[in-house]
Design a protein around this ligand. Structure first.
Ligand code: NAD
Length: 285
């Protein structure tokens, strides 16, 4: 039996429409439209495209987009000063430092300077810590998108065996925390995991966030599992995920495609986080 294909594009459009309506109500109630500040260092073409798409999505949701572009050789002090300025600016609701940053800049150090209430990427140590304690936090966008897809697909997580392949700060670790918060039994697999196939075969819910094209094949998937593919890998034929979609589709109960699965969710959750940040900031004013 062929798996149900989870349509990330459709889910992301619903989330974006929901945020747009929330912004309308927020502004109609007399609040300023949330503003997302994007900071781009250098001229990496992929980062330029990502930031452009984020800004467009922001405007489509009727939020304000505030963009700062700095030269590739900008010093760390200047980046830090800009982040401090945005922290202090009441018109700025969310701050997004586009990663990766040029080599002379310490991305972790700069990210840590962002006011946790404006940290719409959910990457500051404060928000990562709150998440790991199961407390209210701004959560990283791609992991939130993974959870939204699981919710929309009606996947029961309580007590389920979940396996996350990948342990990055950006994706793997926060996905693990979010699955734990939903009472799944979670295993983290990574590059040093001894028998990856055996570990993956345990999973009722398998999340791949690795960056290796088609690493997860049908042999590694339990029949009836739900498979979420976070990977985006450019190969000769175009974009592929970390999962061998065609093989795994015949074994899984549900699967996300690449493109059109997790990818579109990231920007949708960024918008949702920016709206949430506006509410959190208003609550303490
Ligand atoms: P990363 O390189 O920071 O982390 C990769 C993780 O995979 C590491 O923890 C590593 O231990 C693990 N790993 C590497 N090789 C492995 C192997 N052979 N077996 C098992 N584990 C292995 O990457 P990341 O930032 O977490 O991104 C992972 C993938 O997700 C990439 O393809 C990236 O492009 C994609 N991504 C997609 C989105 C999106 O919006 N959909 C967002 C972020 C990242």
């Amino acid at each position: 039996m062929s798996a149900k294909v989870i349509d990330g594009k459709a889910v992301s459009e619903r989330v974006r429409e929901g945020v747009r309506q929330e912004v309308d109500h927020w502004v109609a109630a007399g609040n300023p439209a949330p503003g997302l500040a994007t900071v781009l260092l250098g001229d990496d073409p992929a980062s330029e495209v990502y930031v452009r798409n984020k800004r467009k999505a922001c405007e489509a949701a009727r939020m304000r987009s505030i963009h700062h572009e700095l030269a590739a050789d900008t010093g760390q002090d200047e980046v830090a000063a800009l982040i401090e300025k945005l922290n202090a600016d009441a018109e700025v609701t969310g701050i997004l430092l586009q990663l990766p940053v040029p080599p002379q800049i310490d991305g972790d150090e700069m990210t840590a300077l962002i006011d946790p209430l404006k940290d719409v990427d959910g990457l500051t140590p404060i928000n990562a810590g709150l998440l790991s304690q199961g407390r209210e936090a701004l959560v990283a966008c791609t992991p939130s998108g993974v959870m939204e897809l699981l919710r929309e697909a009606g996947v029961e997580l309580k007590g389920a065996e979940a396996v996350v392949v990948g342990r990055s700060k950006l994706v793997g670790k926060p996905v693990v925390q979010l699955l734990l918060a939903e009472d799944a039994t979670v295993t983290t697999a990574h590059s040093r995991t001894r028998d990856l196939a055996e570990v993956c075969r345990r999973a009722d819910v398998l999340v791949a966030a690795v960056g290796v094209p088609r690493l997860v094949n049908a042999d590694m998937v339990k029949p009836g599992a739900v498979v979420i593919d976070v990977g985006i890998n450019r190969v000769e034929e175009g974009l592929v995920g970390d999962v061998d979609f065609h093989g795994v589709k015949e074994k899984a109960a549900a699967i996300t495609p690449v493109p059109g699965g997790v990818g579109p969710m990231t920007i949708a959750m960024l918008l949702a986080n920016t709206m949430k940040a506006a509410r959190l900031q208003a609550a303490i004013r």
